[in-house]
Design a protein around this ligand. Structure first.
Ligand SMILES: [Fe+2]
Length: 236
């Protein structure tokens, strides 16, 4: 056999090994980057939600408010058949939705009486402030949108942008119901907590004005048929 007939297969063999090794290394690098990205994202979310727990505690909300909102919102999102990824984003948004309250004066957060108009004005800035704080974290884009819109109303009379109906992201429409329900059944210094039945009446009353009627309908249905999934963590 001539040497020249062997040379090309040998070269081809080594080139194949080299390309295989190169691809393997590249894939390893991408996998590691993704893994670190995920770990980094989780750590950032944990840090932010720890901050929010501190705010919840300082506020007149129960310290478990964000967890309760997350539980209600996820149940609604699952019932609506949203994708895992969308549910994940709603989950994250629920945990950090009141982050912007960090910019609200303590005396407003802890005031034992109803807020006056000036104080409400400052309080209403919290959804926008939360979105501004989250802005540098590009991977939280969708979460940021839900945080910004969680006090928008279905009839367009909410804040900060006065969005209405489907202009409000579905995640924010879900969270509005979950957030309000948990607030209603929690005690405040200036009012007693509502019973579950009274809170359901309130949701029905404001369905189509404050809340998305479809979301309210699903939430009430879930409360009736699966009460066990709403094992709410109570005030500490
Ligand atoms: Fe809020």
């Amino acid at each position: 056999m001539k040497l020249t007939t062997l040379i090309f297969p040998i070269i081809g063999f080594f080139i194949g090994i080299f390309i295989g090794y190169y691809i393997y290394k590249k894939e390893e690098k991408i996998k590691n980057r993704r893994l670190w990205g995920r770990i980094e994202r989780r750590n950032i979310m944990r840090t932010i939600s720890a901050l929010v727990s501190a705010i919840d505690f300082k506020d007149h909300l129960t310290k478990h408010h964000s967890d309760n909102v997350r539980m209600y919102a996820c149940a609604i999102a699952e019932e609506l058949g949203l994708s895992k990824e969308e549910i994940y984003k709603i989950k994250d948004a629920c945990l950090v939705h009141d982050l912007g309250k960090i910019g609200v004066h303590d005396y407003i957060l802890t005031k034992p009486d109803k807020l006056n108009e000036k104080e409400w004005k400052e309080m209403r800035l919290h959804s926008l402030a939360g979105a501004v704080i989250l802005k540098p974290f590009r991977f939280l884009d969708k979460v940021l949108q839900i945080v910004r819109e969680h006090h928008e109303r279905y009839d367009g009379a909410g804040y900060p942008d006065g969005l209405a109906q489907e202009k409000i992201s579905l995640g924010a429409r879900i969270m509005a119901v979950a957030d309000s329900f948990d607030a209603m059944i929690s005690k405040r210094p200036y009012r007693e907590k509502l019973t579950k039945e009274e809170a359901i009446c309130e949701l029905k009353k404001h369905s189509g004005t404050q809340f998305d009627p479809k979301v309210v309908e699903i939430f009430i249905k879930l409360l009736e048929i699966k009460p066990e999934i709403f094992k709410r963590q109570d005030q500490a």
